[in-house]
Design a protein around this ligand. Sequence first.
Ligand SMILES: Nc1ncnc2c1ncn2[C@@H]1O[C@H](COP(=O)(O)OP(=O)(O)OP(=O)(O)O)[C@@H](O)[C@H]1O
Ligand SMILES: [Mg+2]
Length: 307
Amino acid sequence: MNAISVNNLCKNFNGVVAVKNVSFNVVEKEIFGFLGPNGAGKSTMVKILTSQLPASSGTARIFENDIARAGKIRSLVGIVPQELSLNEMLTAKQNIIFYGTLYSVPRKKIEEKAEELLSIMDLRHRKNDLVKNFSGGMKQRLNIILALLHNPKVLFLDEPTTGLDPQARRRIWEFIKDINEQGTTIFLTTHYMEEADHLCDRIAIIDEGKIIAMDTPFELKKKLRRESVVEIKIDYDDMLIKNIESVHGVKHASYANGTLKIIVKDRKGLLLDIMKNLSSRNIKSLSTLEPNLEDVFLALTGKRLRD
Ligand SMILES: Nc1ncnc2c1ncn2[C@@H]1O[C@H](COP(=O)(O)OP(=O)(O)OP(=O)(O)O)[C@@H](O)[C@H]1O
Ligand SMILES: [Mg+2]
């Protein structure tokens, strides 16, 4: 059964088109990722699918329930918003009771669920501490607990690890996997390709409100596998990109942090041509890499996921 089904969904804000005719399905128990850069429309999509914002046109359903039925939708979905929504002056446990009550969860159920989730999220020993003394990762884990108190069937996470250090990020990934293994369907947004790659069964890559590719991480990368990525450490000059893009077989070139990154069609024949093209310049090193999801995005849009 589809946990989420979206058909020709559009959203505009007084002329700004945030979501452009998007359609996709998320199967029950899947971890589905919305991967895209700033302003791509990720949060707008989360808000529409969780009945916080009306769509301009098109339809969407959560387990066959139209998203217009706000009360029903709220009982089916858990939301971890992009902005943290904790009361810093309360303890973790007090935040949990406050939220559970807001969601009309009976007090006894809140207590039971709180203990279970505090254990899963490894926060049990800190439950009576004030949230203001928590690390970023702990706050985010508490946010996830709050979203799960009413036993939702689908958990929406809007950029759950933005701003966390790599270790805290990996812990959140493991917790998300645990929750998924217990049967919760996950919809998450991210602009970290490693996150999408590591966690998601399928990914929709979005840019400027449109889905530009949708598949498993493996298939998305496979499509690029006939292409390769060449990285060359070299000094920048104004003609560098223009010159290298004139080499036959070079699909895309970009420069950042002292490195020229080139996506090429057929590596073997090309390397020599590239070296010849750059021969008057000082090449410090050259390496070829397997494409990652960042490269998929770059090849599709000509842009980087991150600024
Ligand atoms: N309430 C609003 N009123 C007007 N424009 C809006 C509103 N909310 C979002 N937008 C616009 O819609 C577009 C998509 O915004 P959205 O917040 O969905 O992007 P995002 O992918 O979540 O970005 P980020 O990665 O920065 O969180 C942007 O151009 C944004 O300015
Ligand atoms: Mg957002």
